[in-house]
Design a protein around this ligand. Sequence first.
Ligand code: BES
Ligand code: ZN
Length: 652
Amino acid sequence: MLRSRTGLCVAALALACTTLTAGLCASAATPLGGAIEPGFDYHSFANVDQFRMTHIEMDLQVDLDNKVIDGVVALELQRLDPRATQLVLDTKGLTINDVSQKATDVLGATAKSQTVWVSRPFHLEKPDPILGSALVIDLPPSRKAVESVKIEYLTVPTAAALQWLTPKQTGGHKAFLYTQSEPIGARTWIPLQDTPQVRATYTATIHTDRGVRAVMSAENDPKHKANGDYTFVMPQAVPSYLIALAVGDIAFKETGPRTGVYAEKSMVGAAAKEFADTESMVATGEKLFGPYRWSRYDILVLPPSFPVGGMENPRLSFITPTVIAGDKSLVSVIAHELAHSWSGNLVTNATWRDVWLNEGFTVFLESRITAAVYGEQRESMEAVLGLQALRENLATLEPKDQVLAIDLRDRDPDLAFSDVPYQKGRLFLSYLQSKFGRERFDAFLHAYFDHFAFKSISTEQFNEYLQANLLDRFPGIVTRDQVLNWEHAPGIPADAVLPTSSAFGPVDEARTAWLAGSLAAKKIGPDWVTQQWLYFLNNLPAALEPRQLADLDEARGLTRSQNAEIEHSWLKIVIRNNYQPSYPRLEEYLKSIGRRKLIVPLYAELMKTPSGTAFAKRVYAKARPGYHPDTAAALDPMVDPDAANAPDTPLR
Ligand code: BES
Ligand code: ZN
């Protein structure tokens, strides 16, 4: 059976399909060129037109010593096509031991009806390097509305969505496991329909060592004894990329009636202090965007190797410890992940091409929450810093990748996550807000979240809704062509409304004066906040005198900064100018942090010179074992192409 764009069996297309084996074609890899089919997920093998997963029941044995999950998963699926004879699931690197189908008294041998599981023939297709292997399960055609299949499987230690940490690599003394499934990592630890256009509820039983706690993107019970056996229920239907699990020496501390923090014991106090405003962020979100529909909002602070700033796993955002600066200056990451409770988790991108609907909306919502909780000034500074990051990023991107609705066919969906969906997406929404006015736009947003709650939508479905509920309702303000220009043309549209911040005026003045030698380093910004320092550092000229660097460092203690963002900006300057006194700190930073956004640009800067390259390679050899598979995968081609072919290479 060949899956085509229309979901029909089209034998002729088979000839054009590169990954064709045994008649199955990864539509994602179909090199047919031509127009994109909106809403079609090119990154999943699942035959979602015939079956749709509605519930997942997991029973997982998490073996921290051997770095393996031994799992049994039962999928409940709605059968849409009575003639369908194959169920196709996504897997990557999984060993499938058995597949069975739920049948009621299948042989008619007993008088009473009873549930039995009957083994079914299955095979794995030849793996695609990005998408993994389709798991094809033969099922007899049936008029049943619901099918259940059970799969017994094992993960590999290099599974891309799993990071297994040894006791030494964590803040505690116990091993740790966490998952990072977005965008298509779920298939490396659960066989399922790994596409954001399908949503399912789930339950899970996790067995692991005594003394460690398991938490999931589900209902968690912080009072449960750490006895090694845990059960979870997730009653809201979520897309696969939001299924998340962490296991480790995890403690809990409340920050409010429906918010709290999970972290390794050594970290939980500092985390609860840093994130003390979470409760009021939730309240702000509700006021602006509608009810919070996930019951609790907790935060899990991960070990420092966590590859992203935060991940919006429902009910339990996963957060990098690098946002704990001691002064709440970096907590907009929390506002961001919380905002995904509306944009992303409630209304979800149908495919990774539409990721701007998740991330652009979320940066916009994040800014609204930040403004309400920390003031307009903080928000405006972050908006300007975001715009600067976008401009820098655009300078490195090809025009085809500067668009909101990006063509990812035959490419890793990770590539979609540039500053474009985030910052250009936010600029688009700010533009609409400025054109229609805040009141109308707020009402639009609120209604949008209600209308599409628990649905996955494409850019084109958003456009249809936008047209009917904003453009046509208030005619003559924004045209359809203007909207399409935002979504499909490269760069920043000429009619964008760009953010400015009055807090940066004094920073520009101080920078100019210091560079001219008329302001002593000690006199720079005695009362500046983090965002002002970032703006000061990010806008210094590339080349500085060693004397200037020493002066600045001595006066402001930059090399010793405990603020991971300020340190990042400073270390970029350090590398550009080969300022040797800060290199020991640079090495420590690269070895202790795995967040891609903070370390990949530093390696990139180092690789520009021969001495930097030698330093980068030496440090990378030591740091790589502690990095997440995703971080290593991003750095290997740049720093150590040989590692990419090594046997322990993460599965990508
Ligand atoms: N959904 C992303 C995390 C993510 C990014 C997953 C890329 C997979 C690939 C999350 O919501 C996010 O955007 N995190 C940001 C933080 C933010 C404040 C912009 C990050 O990790 O930097
Ligand atoms: Zn996000």
